[in-house]
Design a protein around this ligand. Structure first.
Ligand code: FES
Ligand code: ZN
Ligand code: ZN
Length: 393
């Protein structure tokens, strides 16, 4: 049968005979939002339509018909943002992103135009978009890329980041985890008390801070967005991890001991907005997720929040902003006291918390690195032992 749609006008072929309800399901149309007309008569979802018929599917939700219009200029919109009850054309969408970043920066005094900023760029949409927005807004922002050694995924992200820096004429620092610290992320599986994602996060924080401090940057900026922050908060609340809640913030001040100031200027923008920003700006980014991310609980929290958001837009933002604006200042400000008591790690000199027993303080990164290197050594020995004699390994 021929199924005719309005706004925009198009005709789709569907094999018949078929019930109206099944036909709509096959076309992924919600029956609540349309009327179906056959031979000049309205038909309900259980009516069977013959194969040689023509039917019209007419949208009925007022305001829902036709393409959305930009809330600012009434041109055809490219994206709708239900949370703001808004839709934007491409140029006004870019304005929207910049104004959210500007708002984040001024509310939390994240950056000044004199600051030298180091942006942690992974090749993903968020960090590249962040770098792009900051450069366009006139900030002095350099990038840093950490090579994690995750096969083709890392190779391609490195190429993407390099190409972006080159195209913008921006400064990029590149550090290779294996070259600098002796291990790649795929070699960190099956450790006793940390997942490879855990080691990855720890390595990233360590390496970025090190470059920021060594090169005298004033601030480090990361691409954490609204979805990341809300998911992390949900995880912390569900398990009542109050020490983590005390530390969850969109701006962490520098410490005397040598921790750079850290800011998250994208915390007011969702994941979908960041992807749209890259598409509108023509920024090439790595679309697939890290192959080591499977089973990550943060992804489940994001899904749960998206489900809530679908039914009541704005939930995610209210959840996170309520915490940042009201709960955190009232209940957690000053609770994060570790920062005041940092000492230098006896192995690498980077700041860490003093050891509880009063012995040598070794930072979490150095401790983990020792385990990882030991494990790599053991695996190499085992592999060597498994090679039969007379074979050149
Ligand atoms: Fe760190 Fe995937 S990016 S484990
Ligand atoms: Zn517009
Ligand atoms: Zn250390």
């Amino acid at each position: 049968m021929k199924v005719k749609f309005r706004h925009p006008e198009r005709v789709v072929d569907v094999a018949g005979p078929a019930r109206v309800g099944d036909m709509l399901a096959r076309l992924d149309v919600n029956p609540e939002t349309v009327l179906v007309i056959h031979a000049g008569e309205l038909v309900t979802k259980d009516v069977v339509i013959p194969d040689d018929a023509e039917v019209e599917v007419r949208p009925v939700i007022s305001g829902g018909a036709g393409a959305a219009k930009c809330s600012t200029c009434r041109a055809t919109a490219v994206i709708e943002i239900p949370r703001h009850r808004a839709a934007y054309c491409a140029p006004h969408f870019i304005d929207h992103v910049r104004s959210q970043v500007r708002d984040a920066i001024s509310r939390h005094r994240m950056l000044s135009y004199n600051d030298r900023i180091l942006v942690a760029v992974s090749g993903g949409k968020d960090s590249l978009a962040l770098w792009d927005v900051l450069l366009d807004m006139g900030y002095r922002a350099d990038g840093m890329y950490l090579g994690l050694g995750i096969g083709e995924y890392s190779d391609r992200s490195a190429d993407i980041v390099r190409a972006y820096a080159e195209a913008r004429g921006a400064t990029l620092h590149t550090v290779d985890l294996a070259e600098e610290y002796g291990y790649a992320i795929p070699e960190t599986t099956r450790l006793r008390n940390r997942s490879s994602c855990g080691v990855c996060g720890l390595s990233k924080r360590y390496a970025f801070n090190r470059i920021a401090v060594d090169h005298g940057y004033d601030v480090m900026a990361t691409g954490h967005n609204l979805d990341d922050e809300a998911a992390q908060l949900l995880g912390n609340v569900l398990r009542w991890q109050t020490p983590f809640m005390a530390r969850q913030s969109v701006v962490l001040p520098a410490t005397d001991g040598g921790m750079a100031k850290k800011v998250k200027p994208l915390y007011r923008l969702g994941e979908r907005e960041m992807a749209a920003y890259c598409i509108v700006q023509g920024i090439n980014y790595i679309v697939e997720e890290c192959p080591m991310v499977g089973g990550n609980t943060v992804l489940r929290f994001k899904e749960a929040l998206n489900e809530l958001e679908r039914h009541s837009p704005g939930t995610k933002a209210q959840f996170l902003f309520g915490f940042l604006d009201r709960v955190r200042p009232q209940h957690f400000e000053g609770a994060d006291t570790d920062a005041g008591a940092l000492v230098a790690c006896t192995s690498c000199g980077q700041p860490t918390t003093p050891s509880r027993g009063g012995g040598d303080a070794v930072c979490a990164f150095c401790r983990t690195r020792v385990h990882v290197l030991r494990q790599i050594g053991r695996r190499r020995d085992a592999a060597r032992a498994a090679v039969p004699e007379g074979v050149d390994a």
